[in-house]
Write a protein that binds this ligand. Structure first.
Ligand code: ZN
Length: 231
C-alpha cells in the first residue's frame, strides 16, 4: 500500500504547477505593442506573463485566447490599449456582483503596420463609463457600440474577477462586433477547431507591429464591420 502512495506522489510531482508554466513573453514591448496593464500595477517581467498553451486549450470547451497576468494582477487593475485604435464594443455583465462580472469585455479595433485590421478582445474587463442602469428587463448585459478613439496606453477598463485574477486576451480578424459579443472567449469543443477568424495572439502580435500612426484614429461602420483610419 505504501508503495502505491509513493508512486502516486511521484506521479503528482511530475505535473507542472500552474505558476511555473507562465513566463514573460516578448509580445509586449514599449517600442511595439504596449503593455495591457499599467506599469504601476506590475513590472515588465511580470505584467504580461502568459501561457501560450492556453490558446485553443480544451477545458471541456475550447478557449480562444491567452490568459495574461495570472497571479500577477489584481481585481480593479487598469487595462490599457496595446496600440492606437478604436473601441468598437463594450459589454458589461449585469448579473451578480461586479467582481464576478467575468463576461464583461472591451473590443478594440487595431491596425498593424501592414494595414491588417483586427479586433483585440480584452476579456474579464469592465469597460469604463458603462453602467447597468436602464437595462431592459430580462437582459444580462449592457452592450454599447459607441465608437471611442483610444491611444496606446490609454485606460479602457478595469479587471473583474474570474478565478485567479487575469485578463483573457484574444484576437479576431474579420469578425463582427456582434459575433464577438456572444462568442468572445469560448467555442464548442465539439466543433473540433475554433471559428476561423480567431488568431493565436502570441503568433499574431509577434509577426506584426502596430500601425505607426500617432494621431487619434477614427472609424467607419461598413457592411457590418468597423474600418479604422489613423492619421
Ligand atoms: Zn481566458
Amino acid at each position: 500500500m505504501l508503495y502505491l502512495y509513493i508512486i502516486f506522489f511521484v506521479l503528482l510531482s511530475c505535473i507542472p504547477s500552474i505558476a511555473n508554466t507562465y513566463d514573460a513573453g516578448p509580445i509586449f514591448d514599449e517600442n511595439s505593442w504596449g503593455q495591457p496593464f499599467l506599469s504601476g500595477n506590475s513590472n515588465t517581467s511580470s505584467c504580461c506573463n502568459y501561457d501560450s498553451s492556453t490558446y485553443i486549450q480544451n477545458w471541456g470547451i475550447g478557449h480562444t485566447g491567452i490568459d495574461l497576468g495570472m497571479n500577477k494582477v489584481s481585481i480593479g487593475d487598469s487595462v490599457k490599449a496595446i496600440s492606437n485604435g478604436i473601441i468598437v464594443g463594450r459589454r458589461l455583465q449585469c448579473t451578480g456582483s461586479l467582481r464576478k462580472a467575468n463576461a464583461s469585455l472591451v473590443l478594440v479595433k487595431h491596425k498593424t503596420s501592414s494595414g491588417v485590421e483586427f479586433i483585440a478582445i480584452y476579456g474579464h474587463t469592465a469597460p469604463l463609463d458603462l453602467s447597468c442602469s436602464g437595462l431592459a428587463r430580462g437582459q444580462k448585459y449592457k452592450e454599447d457600440r459607441t465608437e471611442i478613439a483610444v491611444q496606446q496606453g490609454q485606460e479602457i477598463g478595469t479587471l473583474v474577477k474570474y478565478g485567479v485574477p487575469h485578463m483573457h486576451f484574444g484576437i479576431a480578424v474579420g469578425a463582427s462586433v456582434d459575433t464577438l459579443f456572444s462568442g468572445w472567449g469560448r467555442y464548442s469543443s465539439k466543433a473540433g477547431s475554433p471559428p476561423d477568424y480567431f488568431r493565436n495572439p502570441e503568433d499574431f502580435l509577434l509577426a506584426n507591429s502596430p500601425s505607426q500612426a500617432s494621431g487619434e484614429c477614427t472609424g467607419e461602420y461598413v457592411n457590418g464591420f468597423w474600418h479604422v483610419y489613423c492619421p
